[in-house]
Design a protein around this ligand. Structure first.
Ligand SMILES: [Cu+2]
Length: 119
C-alpha cells in the first residue's frame, strides 16, 4: 500500500517538474513591445523600457503615422525608415548594456521620445 502511494507521489512530482520547466524554461529573445502613436497621441507606449542585453524590442505602428525609431548616436540600433502602415512593425536587438535615448524623427518636436535601459 505504501509503495502504491509513493508511485502516485512520484507521478505528481514529474508533473510539477514538467510544469516548472515550461514556466521557467528559456524565454524568447523578444522582451518588450512598444506602440508608436498610441491612443491618438504622438507617443511611444511605453516610453521607458528595461530589457536585458541581447533582448529585442518590437515596435508596432499605431496611430498618426508615419513613425520611426532613431537612437541617439546609435544608427546601428535605429530604424530610420518611416513606418506608414498601421500594424507595421520592426524589431530591434540591443546587444550591449546602457541607457539609450530614442525618438521618432517626424514627431520629436511633439515629444515623441523615450529611453531604453539595457541591463
Ligand atoms: Cu512619430
Amino acid at each position: 500500500m505504501k509503495i502504491f502511494k509513493l508511485k502516485y507521489l512520484l507521478q505528481a512530482w514529474w508533473l510539477f517538474a514538467i510544469l516548472a520547466a515550461i514556466a521557467l524554461g528559456p524565454r524568447v529573445a523578444y522582451a518588450a513591445e512598444v506602440t508608436m502613436g498610441s491612443g491618438g497621441n504622438l507617443i511611444f507606449e511605453p516610453n521607458e523600457i528595461t530589457i536585458k542585453a541581447g533582448e529585442s524590442i518590437t515596435f508596432v505602428n499605431g496611430e498618426l503615422p508615419p513613425h520611426n525609431m532613431v537612437v541617439a548616436d546609435h544608427p546601428e540600433l535605429s530604424h530610420a525608415d518611416l513606418a506608414f502602415m498601421g500594424g507595421e512593425s520592426f524589431e530591434v536587438t540591443f546587444p550591449e548594456s546602457g541607457d539609450y535615448e530614442f525618438q521618432c524623427d517626424p514627431h520629436a518636436g511633439a515629444g515623441m521620445k523615450g529611453v531604453i535601459h539595457v541591463e
